[in-house]
Design a protein around this ligand. Structure first.
Ligand code: G6P
Length: 605
């Protein structure tokens, strides 16, 4: 989603803004722009496409000036053209914006009636023109900005410069995150800690409805009612050095290969192998009395929730509901008194998941957030935060965050089972021991990556690919299909293996690869029968299994997996499906780390 950076500084702003925008590239974007204060004027450069296109524009027409704002835009209203790129400007203001102004149409009509003219089709331009109209009426900048905010409906983060006011920058947060960075005689605004990593580690996370007035030597935060408020200054843990790809070709590849390390790191925070116990952080509620668990998330995080349902229901015998966040609150869910609602999100900012979290909190549920980004809005609003310790994930397609989410969820399922008295100490110790084996087994799977690459090359020309699994591996099939769609643009679907014959089997012919996820468990025979049905119709079956005896005849390919227990297999089988998608995308030459149309942190509903 859109990235924002603002610098009220003492050194040339453009190279510093560019560096910060590069740190925000991982969020996904399709155009970019910068505006600076220069000699009393506001001047901007914009370009559709990647930051390299903006850099080219800047090398032909450089910008000077020490104060400026920059933006990477993920298109919502209007195509990713130069005219729609931010900053949006009038003769008096320059604005960058993340989010959506829902009432932009009536505001635009009102402004048109007053004689304003518009250059593009974006909702952001309406904010620029509205603010300008209040300045034109003679309001002081602060009053004009506050009055503008009071007219806006929607989710947004804004960063604003006003012509002639080169010691002034405004920021506002309503629904989309915005962070103030504090410097020495300089101050900054950014979408997240990552944007400000090279500028400042002293951060103020704005709260909903907050807005901020920045000068070189001071920052004042106001709440929605306009009262000056004190907000906590936190010290960012994000390293100033740019996260790099190391020896890997893409961030996604690096992140896939990091998984044994980060999963070990995550498990290390939640397991005490010596005591044979799970060690969760202090919980502000009694786990033993939780009558029901609600799991809510989007995208890959949603599939982690799906896996967790199997674990929690089987081990702890607590009923679990799993929902896609964008659907959750609209179906008017029935909560159980004292229920635990868990929100899973790598970024901790996904708008739908956040809205669902607030819905559950307002309904009196105990609210837990499983997040990667500490300091994120979900982490700050939940009663209980379970960090996944995956480290910065840059590839838009989530990989290591998924396996770390699964690790934390597995530990939680065991803890809940123990709290409920469904497992005894010996069983808990056995589960802890089993989870401890995950990193080593994951490394074994990664050693097999050449075989996976070869299979991936063979599926790269396909138009459609199916992934099938049963039980706890059904969500892994869906995650495999999502990964393949996201980065290789091959149409893929994940199905419960038993459901194929109720429709999707009609798609099968000799051109359709079917990835069968079939570890040796109680369901393997049934899954393999379903794969036989596919082979009987010439489908190209690719089997992922640890069952060496399984008949390979008629199969297009098979990948030998290590054997593991039920808490570890979903974590292990996530790896080959990630690598299949990765190598298929490389074979097709797509932009693996920033696939078209996708954003890493989706802050609009
Ligand atoms: C976006 C990303 C997905 C991610 C989903 C949920 O759609 O492209 O990779 O799984 O958001 O993100 P979250 O940060 O809430 O886990």
């Amino acid at each position: 989603m859109c990235g924002i950076v603002g610098i009220l500084g003492h050194a040339p702003a453009t190279p510093r803004i560019l560096e910060s925008l590069k740190r925000l590239e991982y969020r996904g974007y399709d155009s970019a722009g910068i505006a600076v204060h220069d000699g009393g004027e506001l001047i901007r450069r914009r370009a559709p496409g990647k930051l390299s296109a903006l850099e080219e524009v800047l090398s032909e027409n450089p910008l000077s000036g020490n104060t400026g704002i920059g933006h990477t835009r993920w298109a919502t209203h209007g195509e990713p053209t130069e005219a729609n790129a931010h900053p949006h400007m009038t003769d008096r203001v320059a604005i960058v914006h993340n989010g959506i102004i829902e009432n932009f149409r009536p505001l635009k009509e009102e402004l048109l009636k007053k004689g304003a003219s518009f250059e593009g089709e974006t909702d952001t331009e309406v904010v620029a023109r509205l603010l300008t109209s209040y300045l034109d009426e003679g309001l002081a900048p602060k009053d004009a900005f506050q009055k503008t905010l009071s007219r806006l409906v929607g989710a947004f983060a804004l960063c604003v410069l006003i012509k002639g006011e080169d010691d002034l920058m405004f920021g506002a947060r309503e629904g989309s995150p915005l962070v103030v960075g504090l410097g020495e005689g300089e101050n900054y605004l950014g979408s997240d800690a990552m944007a400000l990593a090279s500028l400042s580690s002293k951060l103020i996370y704005l709260e909903e409805g907050d807005w901020a007035e920045l000068h070189h030597d001071s920052v004042q935060v106001f709440d929605a009612a306009g009262n000056a408020v004190e907000r906590t200054v936190t010290i960012s843990q994000v390293a100033a050095t740019m996260v790099d790809k190391g020896n890997h070709r893409h961030f996604m590849q690096k992140e896939i290969f990091e998984q044994p390390t980060v999963v070990a790191q995550a498990l290390g925070r939640y397991l005490d192998p010596n005591a044979g116990k799970v060690r969760m952080p202090h919980m502000p509620f009694e786990l033993a009395t939780v009558p029901k668990v609600t799991l809510v998330a989007c995208g890959t995080s949603y599939y982690a929730a799906q896996v967790a349902r199997y674990w929690i229901e089987k081990l702890a015998r607590v009923p679990v509901e799993v929902d896609i966040a964008s659907e959750f609150r609209y179906r008017e869910p029935v909560y159980a008194d004292g229920g635990l609602a868990i929100f899973i999100s790598q970024s901790g900012e996904t708008a739908d998941t956040l809205a669902a979290l607030r819905h559950a909190k307002a309904a009196g549920q105990h609210v837990a957030a499983i997040v990667n980004v500490m300091g994120s809005t979900m982490a700050r609003e939940a009663d209980l935060v379970l960090p996944i310790h995956a480290g910065a994930e840059i590839g838009v397609a989530s990989t290591k965050a998924f396996t770390c989410q699964l690790s934390v969820l597995a530990a939680l399922a065991v803890d809940l089972a123990a709290a409920k008295g469904q497992i005894n100490e010996e069983q808990e110790a056995a589960f802890v021991q089993e989870l401890e084996t995950a990193p080593k087994l994951m490394a074994q799977v990664l050693h097999n990556d050449e075989a996976i690459e070869e299979i991936a090359r063979s599926i790269a020309p396909a138009r459609d690919v199916l992934f099938v699994g049963r039980g706890i591996h059904f969500p892994i099939a869906m995650e495999g299909a999502l990964k393949l769609k996201e980065i290789s643009y091959i149409h893929a679907e994940g199905y419960a293996a038993g459901e194929l014959k109720h429709g999707p089997i009609a798609l099968i012919d000799e051109n359709v690869p079917v990835i069968g996820i079939a570890p040796k468990d109680d369901l393997i025979d049934k899954t393999v029968s379903n794969l036989q049905e596919i082979m009987a119709r010439q489908g190209k079956v690719i089997l992922l299994s640890d069952n060496a005896e399984e008949e390979a005849e008629g199969m297009f390919a098979r990948l030998e997996m290590p054997s593991a227990g039920e808490l570890v297999t979903p974590i292990l089988y996530a790896i080959p499906v990630q690598l299949l998608a990765y190598y298929a995308a490389v074979e097709k030459g797509t932009d693996v780390d920033q696939p078209r149309n996708l954003a890493k942190s989706v802050t609009v509903e």
